[in-house]
Design a protein around this ligand. Structure first.
Ligand code: GLY
Length: 364
């Protein structure tokens, strides 16, 4: 037997810019054309963005190949949609000198990002996120993927964008339930990383709900700084990036158990309360902390208790199937105070006995 060693030079360090503003959508296309003048453009969006008039506002008089995902939402987040996008790009003779432009919420970003990551072994993408969840979370950090018939994000890749452009004005037309549910990821960012941001959200929650541009811009700024900081430290989620999963272990189980009747953010709100109760069981709570969190979620209008129709044993079964589980039981992200994740032996997600979790699920 002979052996050869292949040395792979480390991937070139790369950075990207996140631009945040109010009412900038109409000026973005010219900027993208100028910044990426040597690349052909291919826009991926969905029918909601078309009917809200955002695609038209974005492109102005520009004319570009556009793939409109229909129906909008999770049901289209599958490999068939990716195949259709790639074949549309091939039919248009697009090559590796193509820039994919994703205009839309988390689903559009995930699908377009994954398509960009595999089209001719990868072409650049820029994101123009248009929902609270996409602006706070999914457009930053390079996670892309689509669902199989068995599980969420079964096909996926880390594919970092070339740039992200956030216009908070597009949030003014977002459906109210979606708007509110997406705010949970902002509360999560405050809880894991920034006490001052939590105070800001608490004091300004009415203005956030009224969708006041200056407050939404400030919120976007906090979110992007927090998320970018975590992603920079651990881009491929070896350890520290797991903190972004705060509330998600129970949250994902709740979302699946509800048959996706509950939105992602609504399920994560319940997951964050469950994490708070686990923290109490493990001696990590502080007086009044969980009440502050419950109050902000009540104001946002997301659930803070488990719906009665979700069976506890089904939730435990789903938690065992968590994609990050090792030996059929996942680790949990917990906080020791607002703005500080509990880190044990250098691990940002820690072991919690199944009994403790079962006890908590039986409690609320
Ligand atoms: N949404 C969690 C992450 O980007 O890691």
């Amino acid at each position: 037997m002979h052996e050869l060693e292949v040395k792979i030079p480390s991937v070139e360090a790369r950075s990207y810019r996140i631009s945040i503003g109010n009412e900038i959508l109409g000026s973005l296309w010219d900027r993208i054309e100028a910044d990426y003048s040597r690349l052909s453009k291919f826009v991926v969006t969905d029918e909601n963005l078309v009917s809200a008039g955002h695609l038209e506002a974005f492109l102005g008089r520009g004319s570009v190949l556009t793939f409109v995902i229909s129906p909008a939402g999770e049901t289209s987040k599958n490999i068939d949609t990716v195949t259709s996008i790639i074949e549309a790009m091939e039919k248009a003779y697009l090559g590796r000198d193509t820039l994919v432009v994703a205009l839309g919420g988390g689903t559009v970003g995930d699908i377009a990002g994954f398509a960009a990551s595999v089209f001719k072994r990868g072409v650049p993408i820029v994101h123009v996120p248009t929902t609270t969840v996409a602006q706070a979370d999914s457009s930053i950090g390079g996670k892309t993927g689509v669902d199989s018939s068995i599980s969420k994000n079964a096909f996926g890749a880390f594919w970092h964008p070339a740039a992200v452009y956030i216009d908070v004005a597009v949030l003014t037309t977002l459906d109210d339930r979606q708007f509110r549910a997406g705010l949970v990821e902002s509360v999560k960012h405050a809880l894991i990383a920034d006490n001052e941001y939590f105070d800001f959200l608490q004091s300004n929650i009415e203005a956030v709900l009224e969708r006041k541009a200056d407050v939404l811009e400030k919120m976007a700024d906090y979110n992007c700084k927090i998320k970018a900081g975590v992603v920079e430290a651990d881009p491929t989620e070896k350890n520290q990036r797991r903190m972004l999963n705060y509330g998600h272990t129970v949250g994902h189980a709740v979302e699946a158990a509800s048959g996706f009747e509950l939105l992602h953010g609504e399920s994560v709100a319940i997951g964050i309360i469950a994490a708070g109760l686990i923290e109490s069981e493990m001696g990590l709570s502080e007086p009044g902390r969980l009440d502050r969190i419950r109050k902000i979620f009540e104001k946002i209008g997301v659930p803070i208790t488990l719906p009665a129709n979700l069976a506890e044993d089904n939730l435990v079964d789903l938690i065992k199937r968590d994609k990050k589980a090792v030996n059929k039981w996942p680790r949990f992200v917990l906080i020791s105070r607002i703005g500080k994740v509990y880190c044990r032996d250098g691990q940002w997600a820690v072991e919690v006995e199944q009994d403790v979790v079962e006890n908590v699920l039986g409690k609320f």
